[in-house]
Write a protein of this length. Structure first.
Lengths: 211, 331
């Protein structure tokens, strides 16, 4: 079984829905250790993605991912726009013109996305960033795909690992981004970027698992 | 909030329209995405110098667009980085085939958005190099933070690298000169009052009538310490001592001294402070051979000032002296 442009589009739509539902929660998380605009920015970005998907009907999974990337890059702003945009852009380049994605391709696109975020943001594990959710997720996805997992199961495993990873940011002291200026005061808070990653992967898994 | 505006959401666009109307001989504006380019762009076979960042620091960067300085400036919302698509659009508009140098102030949002733009432009076959300015000595450099902020040094760097590009230096050479300026420039600022961001409507911080903030950033970020107001002599000393110690600037060094108003400090006070600074440096044997005094990198209507010192060599001095024709700097 594999994912075509239709499934990837459905997953992105579900992601947009989940971000919208959790908008205020993300705002509150960011208000605690950042400048309080993460929820609003992500919601605005994914609303723009939904609008673009109404206008265009991207023919391949890569084209869907590229559309998500360019839309997030031009509409989210702040640091999250380029970081999430880069993740989707690198994922799009990796899958190329493929008509559909199997679990191995999904794991590879996640890996490319994470590498892009690391290259752009220069964050390392335990810096209290989205990387703390993304890295365990991609490792879990690679293991699942390596065992011959289906796309739905692979994404579900990745989403679980992202959730655990996001929660692991709570006790950490931030070393990157605006929260780093708070020093020790950043400990005790969930990182909003890591939370967004966990929410999005859970939404994607939700859709693929239902196919 | 008392400001001469129509609607907070329209401030940046309305101001850009006004700038274009005031300087039709030098500037051309593009809206949605917003950017400003020199009228003769693209200049073929010249390295394009592009900068930008949040609005509210004018004349930085839009007032420095023109011959001998910036080819394009990309303004974001007030105190907010522009998005990569806007930067990419500006690069496309001004690249004359010799590549583009991006000048970026070191704030996480600016760095990420400009680097993403560089990647997008490179994907279209445009050669792009980036210099990140991080000259604010008020922020201790540390691997545990996003690093030093880019402030007054940006003005000097844009002038010097703009002159190098105008003289026909290639992209690698422009980048090397930019890195040399960045390595030899240090700044520190202070504030007497807080600015008010139009779409926020409240002052960015509370400062009592008798207090000042030492080491303030250009977005009114907190500085090193908040102390009671002191004499100009003492304020100048508080700003220049950390600058001198940091690089360090030594006896016999030749420097450019840039005395900057944060927006609302009047010329009288600025010249007064500049005079104190010249005496202070002369007493320490630091030779000031070039000066810039005025509001060039501001924080809306914040009362306050900053000093920037740049170590000069023959080439940097000549590039500083080279002709420039922009709304805010002309000689």
């Amino acid at each position: 079984m594999s994912c075509t442009a239709r499934e990837v589009t459905a997953a992105v739509r579900r992601g947009a829905e989940v971000i919208s539902v959790h908008r205020d929660e993300l705002v509150e998380l960011d208000r605690a250790i950042g400048d309080g605009d993460h929820g609003e920015n992500m919601d605005r970005g994914f609303r723009a993605v939904l609008a673009q998907l109404e206008l265009a009907d991207p023919p391949t999974p890569g084209a869907v991912l590229k559309l998500v990337a360019t839309t997030l890059i031009s509409s989210v702003g702040g640091a999250s726009g380029p970081l999430f945009g880069t993740a989707f852009l690198r994922a799009a380049s990796t899958v190329g013109d493929a008509e559909s994605l199997d679990a191995t391709a999904i794991a590879a696109s996640l890996r490319a996305g994470v590498d892009g975020v690391v290259a752009r943001g220069k964050a390392e594990p335990e810096d209290k960033t989205m990387i703390d959710a993304l890295l365990p997720a991609v490792r879990a996805a690679e293991e699942s795909a390596g065992r011959g997992g289906e796309p739905g199961g692979t994404l579900a495993t990745a989403a679980e690992a992202a959730e655990v990873g996001a929660r692991s940011t709570v006790p950490l002291v931030a070393r990157k981004g605006r929260a780093s200026y708070l020093g020790d005061r950043s400990a005790g808070h969930l990182d909003p970027g890591a939370r967004s990653v966990a929410l999005l992967l859970a939404a994607f898994a939700d859709v693929e698992g239902a196919e | 909030m008392k400001k001469i505006i129509n609607a907070p959401a329209d401030v940046v666009t309305d101001a850009l329209r006004g700038m274009a109307a005031a300087h039709p001989d030098r500037l051309r504006i593009h809206l949605d995405p917003d950017f400003v380019v020199r009228t003769d762009a693209p200049v073929s076979d010249k390295v394009a110098v592009v900068s930008g960042g949040g609005s509210g620091h004018e004349p930085l960067h839009v007032g420095f667009v023109g011959s001998g300085m910036l080819d394009a400036a990309v303004p974001g919302a007030v105190f907010t980085s522009p998005t990569p698509d806007a930067v990419q659009a500006a690069i496309r508009e001004v690249d004359g085939g010799a590549g583009t140098l991006l000048v970026v102030k070191n704030y996480t949002g600016d760095v990420l958005n400009f680097e993403t733009a560089a990647e997008l432009a490179a994907g279209e076959g445009i050669g792009v190099r980036t210099v990140v300015v991080q000259d604010d000595v008020a922020v201790q450099d540390s691997t545990n933070t996003a690093g030093r902020r880019g402030v007054g040094g940006t003005v000097l760097l844009e002038k010097i690298v703009g002159a190098a590009a105008e003289r026909g230096h290639d992209l690698a050479s422009c980048h090397e000169i930019a890195e040399r300026v960045s390595a030899g420039v240090r700044s520190m600022g202070m504030a007497l009052t807080a600015p008010t961001v139009p779409h926020v409507g409240e002052p960015s911080f509370d400062l009592a009538d008798y207090e000042m903030e030492i080491g303030v950033g250009i977005h009114a970020e907190p500085g090193r310490e908040r102390v009671e107001l002191e004499s100009a002599d003492r304020i100048v000393q508080r700003l220049l001592e950390p600058i001198l110690a940091d690089l360090p600037f030594r006896e016999g060094d030749e420097v450019l001294l840039f005395t900057n108003s944060m927006g609302a400090t009047p010329p009288t006070e600025l010249y007064l402070a500049h005079g104190v600074a010249e005496r202070f440096l002369a007493e320490r044997g630091v030779r000031v051979t070039r000066r810039l005094v005025g509001p060039y990198i501001t924080s809306l209507e914040m009362q306050g000032m900053s000093f920037t010192l740049l170590k000069l060599d023959d080439e940097l001095r000549q590039l500083w002296d080279a002709p420039v024709s922009t709304p805010a700097l002309t000689w």
